[in-house]
Design a protein around this ligand. Sequence first.
Ligand SMILES: Cc1ncc(COP(=O)(O)O)c(C=O)c1O
Length: 447
Amino acid sequence: MTISANTVEADVNGNVRLHEQAKAYTPGGLHTAIRIIDPPLCVRRSQGAYMWDEDDKRYIDYHAAFAPIILGHCYPTVVNRVIDAIRQTDLYGISTTHLEFELSEKIVRYVPSVEQVLLCCTGSEATFHAVRLARAYTGRRKIIKFQGCYHGWHDYLLRNVISERQVVNKWDPGSAGMLQEALENTLVCRFNNLTDVEDAVAKNPSEIATIVLEPIPHNVGCILPKQEFLEGLRAICDREGIVLMFDEVITGFRHHIGGYQAICNVTPDITTMGKAIANGFPIAAIGGKRELMQKFNTRVGGDVFFSGTFNGHASCLAAALATIDTLEGGKVHEHIFALGDRMRAGLNEIIGRLGVPAMVAGFGSVFTVYFMEQRPIEDFDALLDNDAALYVRYRQELMRRGVFEIPMNLKRNHISYSHTEQDVDWTLSVADEAMRATFDARAAGLV
Ligand SMILES: Cc1ncc(COP(=O)(O)O)c(C=O)c1O
């Protein structure tokens, strides 16, 4: 059955109905676990800062598909470049293409740690390859990650992301069916805590292959790194022969064309990138020191396997080139950082005026509101007092009023180049109402 946004039925409940229909063919009706939201929202079309649902209701979008959309939805420069490219080229599975060469050159030019780069399709692939490379390079098995960071769906790194209180910093596999050995070889430390890292290294002498981190753990909103923490990790890795890996799948290109490493001036050995690199097209990258990258067997004599049928599809390469071209010169970052500041200042003003227990966090174009008393946020433990029910309710109140911030606990929001000052000011007026409605609902015992 085809659903038209113009039918009376669809006007009543088009999103719920499409989602229910999809369940017949797909478990849960969704193609990614964390797309489950209440109420369901099925997007039919989008443009710039906006998207429209099955009932043709308009939302201003700050979810940005979990971060890739940095320029705006269906951004004309990107769309046109993709169309031009795929009119004449697509995918060959042999040798190299001019577009692959051009994109690789740009990434090497802009990202400080990247002397050589390989392209793949998703961030999970990039982090998987990076871990395997680090193990092969060091001849060691163990890896260190941080509580609250997410690096993709594979067994090597899927543990201790948004953990329940009783398992924070403890045993928290992200899925059934994971290999026990993989989980046991992934150690978990507190973010911003060098003592934790030193302890883990001391307890596992000459066994740690890599330390992996999101330089800003955005998978739980925004935990800003202390500069001495990042520099300390660099020093530990240098001292112990450990590969330092920055997972810049969110921060790369969104915070700076050279990634967060270009802002903090700490250079990792390997960097993974994805998301904002192509404004929503599926492409990712792993790059780093030549000495490490030369181990991949895309070079004759390399011994670390690397492949992917769809690596380097022309549509994604063209999208990435158009996106990076637009980021060059810094105008985009200037705009989205200024709007990020405006949004955070406005939200702080609302919270202060209403006197509610909430606080604003963020960096650059990323912002979120935690529902707890103001405090420094240095690690995941600090977020345990966030009131998840209020957090979700606030976002449902926003959604009802046409502002989309995904209603899931600890998820961040993103501003794109297509958002305007007027958009932010309107969003703030809606946020004011939504905040009051949220605390009224709490007072009435409804949350
Ligand atoms: C920091 C980080 N690394 C890796 C990934 C995995 O990327 P993908 O979903 O493209 O596999 C994500 C996805 O959210 C991420 O946020």
